[in-house]
Design a protein around this ligand. Structure first.
Ligand SMILES: CC(C)(COP(=O)(O)OP(=O)(O)OC[C@H]1O[C@@H](n2cnc3c(N)ncnc32)[C@H](O)[C@@H]1OP(=O)(O)O)[C@@H](O)C(=O)NCCC(=O)NCCS
Length: 225
């Protein structure tokens, strides 16, 4: 449990006085962890290695080339990507048997909140693994991790043409559409696409009907290379 956000009554208290809790650092989380994705495969979720950060950059660039979720000019170089992601927690979801990367979840700090307390997570699923429920699984895992890390809330901004991501967010309890950015990003053909902004307030008690993951999370141990 995240300190200070551990019980419903405590959450209400924090909400009432609008306290900004300290985000729990990496070393209080336990990873790698194993779980099962919706099609029944066993996966390991672990902190990205340096090599995997490069792999993530390739995945992001590939998605951007197809106008899927990232601006065509968003991360011109890997160095730029790495510097933008330096405070983010990058978690790889890999098939246990083969080691194949199925998806990546990234918990970054939101630029819509001027501090460290609101998360801006994103997910990316390998192109040949899409439409199997892995995206939804990753997003729900992200939300759970954000709670455990002590974030006050989550902003998601997603391109309006990103029907899959919009579907995932809109199907996830607690997310409200709060706005639209007319200029969200640039598509490969040079056109501008709008972004839809969603918000979830993590201070709101969700004691009932909330799926809890067992154990604390630990991102501290160096993952196997
Ligand atoms: C967005 C993304 C993560 C979705 O992953 P996924 O594993 O295919 O998603 P799921 O299989 O869990 O599907 C989730 C929902 O989206 C729908 N969906 C999936 N792909 C879709 C598509 N191309 N068009 C319309 N709906 C789609 C599914 O039917 C499902 O809806 P339902 O539960 O109501 O049936 C994946 O397409 C991706 O990695 N895209 C590139 C990166 C990206 O856009 N990241 C988000 C940045 S904000």
């Amino acid at each position: 449990m995240v300190k200070g956000v551990s019980t419903c009554s405590d959450v209400v208290r924090k909400k009432d006085v609008a306290v900004c809790p300290t985000v729990v650092p990496h070393d209080t989380m336990i990873l790698p962890t194993t779980t099962t994705v919706p099609d029944g495969r066993h996966v390991t979720i672990s902190k990205a290695t340096d090599r995997q950060i490069s792999e993530l950059y390739v995945l992001v660039q590939e998605a951007a080339r197809h106008g899927d979720g990232f601006g065509a000019d968003e991360f011109p170089t890997e160095a730029h990507f790495r510097s933008e992601m330096q405070d983010a927690k990058m978690l790889f979801v890999c098939e246990q048997d083969s080691g194949k990367t199925l998806a990546v979840l990234v918990i970054a700090l939101s630029k819509f909140f001027r501090g460290q307390c609101v998360a801006d997570p994103y997910i990316i699923v390998q192109a040949d693994e899409r439409r199997k429920g892995i995206g939804e699984f990753c997003f729900h895992t992200c939300v759970d991790y954000c709670k455990r890390l002590g974030f006050l809330g989550i902003y998601i901004d997603t391109f309006s043409n990103n029907l899959a991501m919009r579907r995932i967010v809109e199907n996830t309890p607690g997310f409200r559409r709060v706005g639209i950015l007319p200029m969200g990003g640039c598509l490969p053909d040079g056109s501008i696409v709008s972004s839809i902004v969603y918000h979830k307030d993590l201070r709101v008690p969700e004691c009932q009907g909330q799926q809890e993951m067992n154990g604390d999370l630990d991102l501290n141990p160096d993952p196997p290379s």
